[in-house]
Design a protein around this ligand. Structure first.
Ligand SMILES: Cc1cc2nc3c(=O)[nH]c(=O)nc-3n(C[C@H](O)[C@H](O)[C@H](O)COP(=O)(O)OP(=O)(O)OC[C@H]3O[C@@H](n4cnc5c(N)ncnc54)[C@H](O)[C@@H]3O)c2cc1C
Ligand SMILES: NC(=O)c1ccc[n+]([C@@H]2O[C@H](COP(=O)([O-])OP(=O)(O)OC[C@H]3O[C@@H](n4cnc5c(N)ncnc54)[C@H](O)[C@@H]3O)[C@@H](O)[C@H]2O)c1
Length: 458
């Protein structure tokens, strides 16, 4: 088996949204870049994550809007059909899980695409296993350094019996050609909540089993409570504070045993978080702790001498926008450019359920855990919520000082992810609350609810 050694300025290991962005931008800046990808150029987001899941959610939202016609605009008869959803995902979103367009775009910037699974095997050295028809592996040496951007995979809890069953992770759910008659969703975080609502709206009988005390436990409690109410109204069974003790699969059904009973369904989706495997990428060869849950980076995304890490592997927020943001910071550092350091006080997050749930910066609980003295206010969606017939809330978390700024904010309701934009700006730029109060909020918009909430803040 022959082994070729090649030299580059930078080797990017993993071409998800973060790796793709930095690889392309460094190549465009004139560096010799190799990008190593084991599966599909683009990573989880376009093929099994954000993009196809948001297509599903858009379809499910259209059904829900149709069902809202009676009482407001006439009558409606809704007949869900999964076929166009599966077709859009196959043809428009993922090109049938083919990355030719992305691979060509990457190579078009002058970067070298190396297909195969890579491993750090020494200082600034990556060895790539032979892939496909390649005769042997390749050794890539990086003069400036390696960017570790290998993302995350679904974390599967060690529940007895589960590993022996044909459970879905996000990948199985996204590639579904049919809606199951019934579905158990293990985990009521972002993935679990979004996909539970999609499948329920297309006719599946859905049960969400969440170990924490409420849905979306990382968000404000008001968000989990609102979603639980909405889910109940849509016929979704939600069990929180539940421990699943065993999972079995017999014939065509899953059984999940809990401490107070059992649940049966045709499919079971595991949505209990993500996992980073630093041993698999050989991170120890450049001094990292391979047992860690994430790579620790400084404000320039440096993880060591000649080593940068970006995206899900950093544990700073498993979001596509974080991986691309961090790619920009690392790119500037590698090119020796001045630029703002990576900041984490205003990371936005949106769960695209209906109602959407958006948050930025700290929740009240997270702020208090850090020892910050804060004041909070919770408001409703004002006039627009009533006109729309929608439920939701705005919650603001301000530091308790003479001239306070917001350290966190949440919004739930229609277009909450869009309303979050102004709150993200406020937290990011530390706009004083007095300035936010003096602003004019268009009537009757959803974002006017922010102005109304500010008036109530002591
Ligand atoms: C169902 C779902 C919905 C989501 N929705 C959203 C959303 O709406 N908005 C949002 O911001 N985020 C969303 N996310 C999260 C988002 O997909 C991730 O945060 C994002 O993809 C992370 O990008 P990344 O570059 O860190 O890594 P990834 O996208 O995980 O890509 C890493 C790449 O590295 C490759 N790789 C791994 N190991 C090796 C190796 N040893 N050698 C070579 N290649 C390797 C992998 O094959 C992969 O292509 C969602 C995720 C899921 C699962
Ligand atoms: N709209 C978005 O931006 C979006 C959408 C989907 C995913 N994502 C990203 O992907 C990440 C992973 O999503 P996720 O939903 O898998 O993770 P998550 O961490 O958001 O939620 C996992 C949930 O599973 C629960 N859980 C853990 N172990 C359990 C068990 N044994 N039984 C029952 N419940 C259990 C946790 O309490 C938690 O509520 C998210 O944190 C997010 O960063 C983002």
């Amino acid at each position: 088996m022959g082994v070729e050694t090649e030299e580059f300025d930078v080797v990017v290991l993993g071409l998800g949204p973060g790796g793709e962005e930095i690889g392309q931008r460094l190549a465009e800046a004139g560096l010799a870049v190799a990008g190593v990808e084991a599966e599909l150029v683009g990573g989880e987001c376009p093929y099994w994550g954000c993009v196809p899941s948001k297509m599903m959610l858009r379809a499910a939202e259209l059904l829900a809007e149709g069902r809202r016609v009676p009482g407001m605009a006439g009558s409606s008869r809704i007949e869900p059909d999964w076929a166009p959803v599966a077709r859009r995902i196959r043809e428009e979103a993922t090109d049938d899980w083919n990355d030719k367009v992305a691979a060509d775009r990457f190579a078009g910037t002058g970067a070298t695409l190396v297909r195969g699974r890579g491993r750090i095997t020494g200082d600034r050295e990556v060895t790539v296993e032979a892939a496909g028809d390649d005769a042997g592996g390749r050794v890539l040496r990086a003069r400036r350094g390696i960017v570790l951007a290998t993302g995350s995979v679904a974390a599967v809890p060690p529940i007895p019996g589960l590993a022996e069953t044909p459970y879905w992770t996000n990948r199985g759910a996204i590639a579904a050609e049919q809606v199951p008659e019934s579905l158990i969703v293990l985990g009521g975080g972002a993935i679990g909540a979004e996909l539970a609502q999609v499948f329920a709206r297309f006719g599946a009988e859905v049960t969400v089993l969440e170990s924490a005390a409420r849905l979306l436990p990382g968000e404000e409690p008001e968000a989990g409570e609102l979603l639980a109410k909405v889910f109940a109204g849509e016929g979704i069974t939600v069990r929180t504070g539940t421990k699943v003790t065993r999972v079995d699969h017999h014939g065509s059904a899953f059984t999940a045993m809990t401490e107070d009973g059992s649940h049966r369904a045709e499919r079971l989706l595991v949505a209990t978080g993500r996992r980073v495997d630093l041993a698999a990428v050989g991170a120890g060869a450049m001094g990292l702790d391979e047992t860690a849950h994430a790579v620790e980076v400084d404000e320039r995304m440096r993880a060591g001498d000649g080593l940068w890490a970006i995206g899900d592997v950093t544990g700073q927020g498993a979001f596509t926008h974080m991986s691309i943001y961090q790619a920009g910071i690392a790119r500037a550092d590698i090119l020796g450019e001045d630029g703002p350091p990576g900041r984490r006080h205003a990371v936005p997050r949106v769960t695209f359920t209906d109602p959407e749930v958006g948050g930025v910066g700290l929740t009240e609980a997270a702020a208090r855990e850090r020892g910050l003295a804060v004041r909070t206010v919770v408001g409703d969606l004002s006039g627009r919520g009533w006109i729309h017939g929608a439920e939701g809330f705005v919650k603001l978390v301000a530091e308790d000082s003479a001239d306070p700024v917001l350290v966190g904010a949440s919004v739930a309701g229609p277009y909450a992810g869009e309303v979050l934009g102004m709150l993200t700006l406020a937290v990011h730029a530390r706009v004083p609350v007095r300035e936010l109060r003096s602003m004019i909020y268009a009537y009757p918009t959803f974002h006017r609810a922010v102005g109304d909430a500010l008036k109530k803040m002591s």
